[in-house]
Design a protein. Sequence first.
Lengths: 114, 116
Amino acid sequence: AQSVTQLDSHVSVSEGTPVLLRCNYSSSYSPSLFWYVQHPNKGLQLLLKYTSAATLVKGINGFEAEFKKSETSFHLTKPSAHMSDAAEYFCVVTRPNAGNQFYFGTGTSLTVIP
Amino acid sequence: GAVVSQHPSWVICKSGTSVKIECRSLDFQATTMFWYRQFPKQSLMLMATSNEGSKATYEQGVEKDKFLINHASLTLSTLTVTSAHPEDSSFYICSATDGYSNQPQHFGDGTRLSIL
């Protein structure tokens, strides 16, 4: 079975400081993992994806995530938070050859303090 | 990048009416589309998966007669909320994929449905 746990429902950082949003996954197969961002009253925008290539994945807007199989983690990081990063972030795992069905984490709300 | 257009973005209607939401993939062929429902401050809940030209697969607990899904072409899927009631008020989001395994879903901007 596939599942994702986002360890923090809410994270607050000061502008200019690093961001860490944690995600742990459970998968019976070699997973594909994604991070999406959702701004208020908007759909989801893909930040980055891991699909069994390089374990350190770089995404848009300065975000990156590292796939650590030994820790079953796929944490999202950014060196310096910007006010525009304030949003809801979702970690997603899929199962190969399963019609791309997504398994969503419960989301982490990021607040950036000026 | 891949673009999915969802329309309308906001709809308010009276209880008992039916509402149709459209989801279009603008620059790729979407063999599979998904419909989600999102309650405030919560994650997305998958309602159904639709493949072009075939009947949608509904998740457990989702009434297929209430939420009619049509995926008649490779670029368009529609969700019709029939005889809508206030408890159907929610944020509905569609997504589309070209069907290849492990590829990301591309999401529309969602539809805020308010039933009075």
